[in-house]
Design a binder for this molecule. Structure first.
Ligand code: GDP
Ligand code: MG
Length: 160
């Protein structure tokens, strides 16, 4: 048993985070990026993007049967979004906690939705719900050449 190897073997996950059109229109882009940046995760992809309808439908394909689906697609394609890829140990679950519950009125204060939104249909941000979906969604929203691998200078000050 080599304890010094255990930390380095911890699984590094990726998550797809997106500032939705309401977040962009309301001037919340910097605020939302800051929450993930300050937490200590690593940004590996970032762009402002007008999402085509087909991509929105593919991204939310699991919700196709829901009555709110057409409205959701209109919402997501109604203006530019900010697409982000973030990396780190436990990033998927942690990002979901930072984001808060789907319904902003139920989201805890201190979370992005709890602090910055009031309605499920305008909940300002998306975050992948599993490591598998993190990979899938980053693959959907980014071309390979748009992602950067780099070592933040603060790395040794974030993890032992
Ligand atoms: P999330 O993972 O917390 O974003 O929630 P879901 O995966 O369940 O739903 C995806 C997105 O669909 C949500 O973030 C909302 O933008 C939208 N959505 C979910 N449920 C509803 C609803 O009941 N009404 C409306 N208008 N939108 C919804
Ligand atoms: Mg979801």
């Amino acid at each position: 048993f080599l304890p010094h190897l255990v930390a380095s073997m911890e699984q590094v996950d990726e998550t797809y985070i997106m500032v939705k059109p309401d977040g962009v229109q309301r001037g919340l882009v910097g605020e939302i990026i800051s929450r993930f940046e300050k937490k200590g995760f690593k940004l590996t992809g970032l762009k402002l993007f007008q999402c085509p309808k087909e991509l929105a439908e593919e991204h939310y394909k699991d919700l196709k049967a829901k009555p709110f689906f057409p409205g959701l697609i209109d919402y997501i394609t109604s203006g530019p979004v900010v697409c982000m890829a973030w990396e780190g140990v436990g990033v998927v679950a942690s990002a979901r906690k930072l984001i808060g519950s789907t319904d902003p009125l139920k989201a805890e204060p201190g979370t992005i939705r709890g602090d910055l939104a009031v309605q499920t249909g305008r909940n300002v941000v998306h975050g992948s719900d599993s490591p598998e979906n993190g990979k899938r969604e980053i693959g959907l929203w980014f071309e390979e050449g748009e992602l950067c691998q780099w070592t933040p200078a603060q790395a040794p000050w974030l993890r032992e």
